[in-house]
Design a protein around this ligand. Structure first.
Ligand code: PLP
Length: 397
């Protein structure tokens, strides 16, 4: 006997990965320049020079046994102090290094929060559209994911629907702003209203309802959009951050959970998260990259290409008749599909035009497709006429 659920997880391919691999296969047949791959959210710009400079410096300066050795489970004390200082400087908060738990990226930050918080019958509210892996993470912690249908007009939070969904079993609301896949950034007003709602409901049910804030795209925003730092608005917030996207180091697996002292019983909450990391065999976040991100915490990759790509794509697609909400952040665009069946639309784009775009259904938002524009700008320039031909093929129907 084997764990059937795990076999299913290990064999079911994600639609995104399938499209990505399909693109590689097609490139070998028709040439890479004739495949328009917008499937995956892998940053397309290099890490900033400070990352490699720091790696070289650390190799030169620190004895290798220490550099590559285990650290404390929650992270190296010096790295935690530097990261905490950066957070407090940037957001005007008072996070203690004892509240910072270094992880292998946002995926592990989230998994540790779900495992650390989840008791039998607990529910986690997730507004659509959402990152598809949330379901895997929540269900592996034996929690129930409760989905709030999307507001497809603005991709903002539907707080009335959220209020209806909250019940005595609600343990947390998971938000992701800037959002994958819509690119929406929740405004200060929205966050304040969410905080008010959760305070009322926590008081009504006599236990905290946490916000789990998944923010790997925090720095990737446009036109001066501000991303509110949620712990400043709501005490019982757990921040799940990752350096994957802003520093362009997704393969290095490094991020954190921040548990501010404003979280009720914060030391026990922190212990539950750290205990979950232990139970999941995480041991410690990668030692070298703990030190690298500590030194580069205030830096980002050169994100300007995403600004250029976003403008080109939004204007270009709108001119071709596509309808899309302008993203405030991330490197994703989430236009409507040209037929209600987004999977059929994505398939036609793939099979007839070698255009790889991801159906929205997997993000809990049918009738849309996700376009990842973390790609060379020339790919967008070459793809716009192809998007035009795809639209034309619907008009001919
Ligand atoms: N959360 C969201 C919304 C994401 O888009 C991703 C990755 O694409 C993750 C979490 C996981 O990121 P990480 O590489 O930090 O584990």
């Amino acid at each position: 006997m084997l764990a059937e659920k795990m076999i299913a997880l290990g064999t079911e391919r994600s639609v995104i990965r399938e499209l990505f691999d399909y693109g590689k296969g097609r490139a070998a047949v028709v040439g890479a320049e004739n495949v328009y791959d917008f499937s995956i959210g892998n940053p397309s710009v290099p890490a900033p020079p400070s990352v490699n400079e720091t790696i070289r410096r650390l190799i030169d300066e620190i004895d290798p046994v220490t550099l590559h050795g285990y650290t404390s489970a929650a992270g190296d004390a010096g790295a935690k102090a530097a990261l905490t200082a950066s957070i407090n400087r940037r957001f005007g908060t008072n996070l203690s290094p004892d509240g910072l738990y270094l992880t292998m990226g946002a995926a592990m930050s989230l998994t540790c929060c779900f495992h650390g918080l989840c008791c039998p019958e607990d529910e986690f509210i997730v507004p659509a559209p959402y990152f598809p892996e949330y379901k895997v993470f929540i269900e592996s912690a034996h929690g129930k994911m409760v989905v709030i249908p999307p507001d497809t007009e603005h991709f903002q939070l539907d707080l009335a629907a959220m209020e209806r969904a909250i019940n005595p079993h609600t343990k947390a609301v998971l938000i992701n702003s800037p959002n994958n896949p819509s690119g929406a950034v929740y405004s200060e007003k929205t966050i304040q209203a969410l905080a008010d709602l959760l305070e009322t409901k926590s008081a009504e049910y006599g236990h905290p309802i946490y916000i789990i804030s998944d923010e790997p795209y925090r720095e990737i925003v446009y036109d001066g959009v501000q991303v509110p730092y949620i712990p400043k608005y709501y005490n019982n917030t757990l921040v799940c951050y990752s350096f994957s996207k802003c520093l362009s180091i997704p393969g290095e697996r490094i991020g954190y959970v921040a548990v501010h002292e404003t979280v009720e019983d914060w030391q026990r909450v922190f212990a539950a998260i750290a205990g979950a990391g232990r139970a999941l065999g995480c041991v410690n976040a990668p030692s070298l990259f703990q030190l690298v991100v500590a030194a580069c915490a205030d830096d980002t990759a050169d994100l300007s290409v995403y600004t250029e790509n976003r403008r080109l794509l939004v204007d270009g697609l709108r001119a071709l008749g596509y309808s899309c909400v302008e993203p405030g952040g991330t490197f994703y665009l989430f236009p409507q599909s040209l037929e209600p069946d987004d999977a059929a639309f994505s398939l036609r784009a793939r099979d007839d035009f070698d255009l790889l775009i991801v159906p929205g259904s997997g993000f809990g938002c049918p009738g849309h497709v996700r376009i990842s524009y973390c790609v060379p700008t020339q790919r967008i320039q070459r793809a716009l006429p192809i998007f035009g031909r795809l639209a034309e093929s619907y008009r001919k129907k």
